[in-house]
Design a protein around this ligand. Structure first.
Ligand code: PLP
Length: 390
């Protein structure tokens, strides 16, 4: 199909919920995408932190093909070797014990919320179901996860939202201590707020949150949908702070490009959900699990050292540009935010016209989430374009 047809049929038939850029991909290799016009783009987005090995990764592709050749789906009333293998690998890497596989980040967070409320109900009965989340957070697009998201713009149109959420500012432990009243069963946060502006929560704050939660038997839910699976230079971002959450959710990078998400329970709530209390028809899809097995098995210490080195290299190079449009370059691992004095959307469009894909976050941040396997040569080409744009 030619490019113009693709765009026309999209406009005619697909809901206009995304502001799309004028790109129709033909194929990708590594961190380089070619469109139907033959124009190439350097990718500093990985989708949105999804294609962590970039495009056309040999090992990942073979893992998917091998599974497709065996079988694509069985229901969750049967066992699946790839789901078992994946769960055991994640358990080994995290020390957390029990997990549930779904298909997306929002779904993982929904599951985490159910798990926390059930844990509290079992132990304390009704009336202890409130979850505290942080301002500028992002937790998903379902009716419940929109309400969990600490940004008013997401609390419009779709009333009534799920009850039982309150919010406080990231980094303010006193505010959180006050917010954690007797009706609170959980605190949910991202260790780096991705959509909210690449806001890094300090290790001191996270340790204080952990201590507060432990003290009051409030479950700490860490949303690692964006920060997980090596993105922040550790298997999970919270590991940089040395804390142990009670529940961890993840999705985006887990399948390396196929849909899969999970919520993972620590010891306290590992046995909280029993038969018929949660489910998903597509959850633990064998092809997604096979892809995720390939992903997780390759997130080794050596791999993570490379991620950290490349992330630091990107931030140094951007800071060294000395652009007066740049207020701050911040980040961790391969997650970078460039706070800018101009509209980040303008930068995004300018970069796009010059052959570089970037993301934005919050109102004043250009966000970079390159494939974790991006080469230094591709990084340099991307930075060259950024230099021109900034
Ligand atoms: C993307 C994201 C989600 C939502 O994930 P979906 O797969 O789009 O449902 C939730 N939390 C965080 C932190 C995210 O970045």
């Amino acid at each position: 199909m030619i490019r113009e047809n693709v765009i026309q049929l999209d406009h005619d038939n697909i809901m206009a919920t995304y502001g799309k850029l004028d790109l129709v991909p033909e194929e990708g290799h590594g961190a380089t995408l070619t469109d139907k016009n033959g124009k190439s783009y350097i990718d500093f987005t990985s989708g949105i932190g999804v294609n962590i090995f970039g495009w056309n990764d040999e090992g990942w592709k073979n893992a998917v093909i091998d599974q497709v050749n065996r079988y694509q789906h069985v229901s969750n009333y049967f066992y699946c070797d790839k789901a078992s293998e994946l769960a055991s690998m994640i358990a080994e890497k995290t020390g957390l014990c029990n997990m549930f596989f779904g298909n997306s980040g929002a779904e993982a967070n929904e599951g985490a919320i159910k798990l926390a409320r059930k844990y509290s109900f079992d132990k304390y009965g009704e009336g202890r179901s409130t979850i505290v989340t942080l301002n500028k957070s992002f937790h998903g697009r379902t009716i419940t996860t929109l309400k969990a998201t600490g940004q008013d713009v997401f609390h419009q149109y779709f009333f009534p939202f799920t009850e039982g959420f309150k919010y406080c500012d990231a980094g303010d432990i006193d505010a959180l201590t006050t917010a954690c009243t007797k009706d609170v069963c959980a605190v949910m946060l991202e260790v780096v707020q991705g959509e909210g502006g690449v806001n890094i929560l300090s290790a001191d704050y996270l340790k204080a949150v952990e201590a507060l939660c432990n003290d009051r038997d409030i479950l700490l839910i860490v949303d690692e949908v964006q920060t997980g699976i090596g993105r922040c230079g550790k298997f999970f971002g919270y590991m940089n702070a040395g804390i142990t959450p009670d529940i961890v959710t993840t999705a985006k990078g887990l399948g390396g490009g196929l849909p899969i998400g999970t919520f993972i329970a620590g010891e306290k709530c590992a046995k909280t959900l029993g038969a018929s209390m949660h489910g998903s028809t597509f959850g633990a899809n064998p092809v997604s699990c096979a892809a995720a097995c390939n992903v997780v098995s390759r997130i080794t210490d050596e791999f993570l050292a490379e991620v950290n080195a490349k992330g630091a290299y990107i931030r140094e190079k951007i800071a060294a540009l000395g652009s007066d449009k740049v207020k701050e370059v911040r980040g961790i691992g391969m997650m970078t935010g460039i706070a800018v004095t101009v509209s980040p959307k303008d930068i995004l469009h300018d970069a796009f016209d010059n052959g570089l894909l970037v993301l934005t976050a919050g109102s004043d941040v250009v966000r970079l989430l390159p494939p974790l396997t991006i080469t230094y040569e591709e990084i340099d080409r991307g930075i060259e374009i950024l230099a021109k744009v900034l």
